[in-house]
Design a protein. Structure first.
Length: 342
């Protein structure tokens, strides 16, 4: 039997779930010299112990095992850190005395990490990411309540088998769907097509819909530090084919096109995409719009271009899936079915 050898603080209510809090940095761990400052601070500098100390009522919700996995601004997230984080999550969730994991993260790439973990964590136990829009030193910092709510979500049996979740601003989102939609607002996260899965407030939570697409144990995907190179190119008025040609020459394995509208691609870029696909690069057609889905042979002839459509995944989430699918050795002819499934 696997177990975790860390001491539990005394005096805790017996029988509380045991939740591992893995800190990676971000604004939730940010510090500014001035409490009135909500921008221009340094992200990822406050340690996990201090984050937990700011939320004394956590001890009423769970027994906490804390680890500092990284201390970065999430704009600097890397596949290597993804691999480290995912391995740690999987190792902790395999322990009998860990009931769930909470990850504190920066908001900038949270939607990418959440989807990556949704596809690569191998457990039914809850994995809940949270973050903050205001640094820990700010007036009305949102991090402490987000952290308390994330632990509440991770400690709930109702959160099992839902894949990676994001608890933010009293809402619970699926890691597949959630995206950052504001540069400054504390309600920065939305799930544009399906909406939030539910809510969490004052120790209570409710799920109003469940996750339909396969995730975690139902996927074949594994994270590796050396994921195949996939880059993103946008289509816009007057775009040239220079970027696509340069990336193909550099040996990329996949390209995601952030197309206009329903994933439409400028005629200049369409020729470049067709040429890239002929050379074995897998091209996924997504949209830069921010909501909605991209239909096969809708705004571009995928059968002719050799492209795959992303459905409701935005370009950044499409890149995550394409990297994992390429790493899993998915033949190009099955790539559309991968995007239709996950
Ligand atoms: N740049 C920060 C980060 O992603 C932003 C945040 O956390 O809100 O780490």
């Amino acid at each position: 039997m696997n177990s975790l050898h860390t001491s539990s603080p005394s005096g805790l209510p017996p029988g509380l779930p045991r939740i591992a809090v893995l800190a990676t940095g971000g604004t939730i761990a940010g510090e500014a010299g001035d409490a009135a400052k909500t921008s221009g601070y340094k992200a990822g500098v406050v340690g996990v112990d201090k984050l937990l100390d700011a939320v004394p009522s956590l001890s009423q919700v769970a027994r906490i095992h804390a680890e500092q996995v990284a201390s970065i601004d999430s704009k600097d997230m890397t596949p290597t850190l993804w691999a480290t984080l995912c391995a740690r999550v999987n190792a902790l969730l395999a322990l009998d005395d860990i009931d769930g994991v909470v990850i504190t993260h920066g908001t900038d790439t949270l939607e990418e990490t959440a989807y990556l973990l949704h596809l690569t964590v191998k457990s039914d136990k809850p994995v809940v990411l949270t973050a903050a829009m205001r640094p820990s030193t700010a007036l009305s910092a949102d991090g402490p309540l987000n952290l308390l709510n994330a632990v509440t979500v991770a400690a709930s049996k109702a959160s099992w088998k839902q894949g990676a979740l994001v608890a933010f601003n009293n809402q619970i989102h699926s890691g597949r769907d959630v995206v950052k939609t504001s540069t400054y607002a504390v309600d920065a996260f939305r799930s544009p097509e399906g909406g939030a899965l539910g809510w969490v407030q004052d120790g209570q939570l409710e799920y109003q819909r469940t996750v339909v697409r396969p995730h975690t144990l139902q996927t074949p995907f594994q994270i590796a530090a050396d994921l195949p190179t996939v880059e993103i190119v946008a289509s816009y008025a007057g775009v040239s084919r220079v970027a696509v040609d340069a990336l193909v020459a550099a040996g990329v394995k996949g390209l995601v096109i952030a197309g206009t509208g329903n994933g439409s691609i400028h005629s200049t870029l369409q020729q470049a995409v067709a040429d890239a696909a002929k050379q074995g690069v897998v091209v996924v057609r997504s949209s830069r719009v921010g909501s909605g889905h991209v239909m096969r042979n809708g705004a571009a002839p995928d059968d002719t271009l050799g492209s795959v459509t992303a459905g409701s995944l935005n370009p950044y989430k499409s890149r995550v899936l394409l990297m994992l699918a390429l790493a899993a050795g998915t033949p190009p002819k099955y790539m559309q079915s991968v995007f239709d499934t996950y």
